[in-house]
Design a protein around this ligand. Structure first.
Ligand code: PEP
Length: 254
């Protein structure tokens, strides 16, 4: 049983979906279903272009706004990129190191570490994604793989601020193959143990979320586990009633 002061986190990752009108419509619907939900930290990460136009909606809500990615540099000749500096007055969180960014845009643990530093120095909470591909999972080498990601991203970071880590096994993403909650609990427990050995950040306040085909039917199977501190939701966060149900279930049941 999780202790009473414990608050789970739910993050919506909309990826590259929704133009402004669709995003506004979805936000209004999600708020109507779940803005009143208590005891759950709620963060929505729309595409970057919608962050500032949606900001006023969020100001009067119980939800926070987050980004799906940021550039690690403060400014400069980086065509098409967006810095933390440009978003810091509008967001509280930013996802970094999502497997799609690693695979499609070749982001390394080193770059993700720089992104985490840039966010922390601007007082934005990084949501650092880690997770193994299918072949590593099949070889039973997930723990070693994730520990390496955690070490390479976090071992040079000095901070007292909160960090979030999203464990997203790559084979479970895409709304078809949710990982076994007991397996996720085992991996997250081991990752928390490992994190406590990484000297510079071992005492920072952190939460470990799970991401991978979470929906309103399976969400509590994850959040009821002792060490799973919340969920990162992709596909199901694009459906207001489904996402609203996810938020309300966490709010009512932990
Ligand atoms: C994601 O891509 O981060 C994710 C968790 O997606 P889905 O919920 O669709 O598996």
């Amino acid at each position: 049983m999780k202790n009473k002061s414990y608050i789970s986190t739910v993050i919506a990752n909309w990826k590259m979906h929704n133009d402004f009108n669709a995003a506004l419509d979805l936000v209004i619907k999600i708020f109507s279903y779940s803005n009143m939900a208590k005891n759950v930290e709620k963060i929505i990460c729309p595409p970057a272009v919608n962050i500032i136009p949606l900001y006023d909606q969020f100001k009067n809500s119980t939800f926070s706004l987050g980004a799906q990615n940021i550039n690690e540099n403060n400014e400069g000749t980086y065509t098409g990129e967006i810095s933390v500096n440009m978003l810091k007055n509008y967001i509280t969180h930013a996802i970094i190191g999502h497997s799609e960014r690693r695979e499609i845009f070749n982001e390394s643990n080193y770059t993700i570490s720089l992104k985490a530093k840039a966010l922390l120095s601007n007082k934005i909470v990084p949501v650092i994604c880690v997770g193994e591909p299918l072949e590593i999972y099949k070889k039973n080498r997930s723990v070693e793989f994730i520990n390496n990601q955690l070490f390479e991203i976090l071992s040079k970071i000095q901070t007292n601020s909160e960090i979030l880590i999203a464990y997203e096994p790559i084979w479970s993403i895409g709304n078809k193959n949710p990982a076994d909650p007991v397996y996720v609990e085992k991996i997250i427990t081991k990752s928390k143990d490992f994190l406590s050995t990484i000297r510079p950040i071992r005492n920072v306040n952190h939460k470990f979320l799970y991401g991978g085909s979470v929906n309103s039917k399976n969400v509590l199977d994850y959040t009821k586990q002792q060490n799973i501190d919340g969920v990162l939701v992709g596909s199901a966060s694009l459906d207001a009633s489904e996402f609203g149900k996810i938020v309300l279930q966490i709010s009512n049941n932990g």
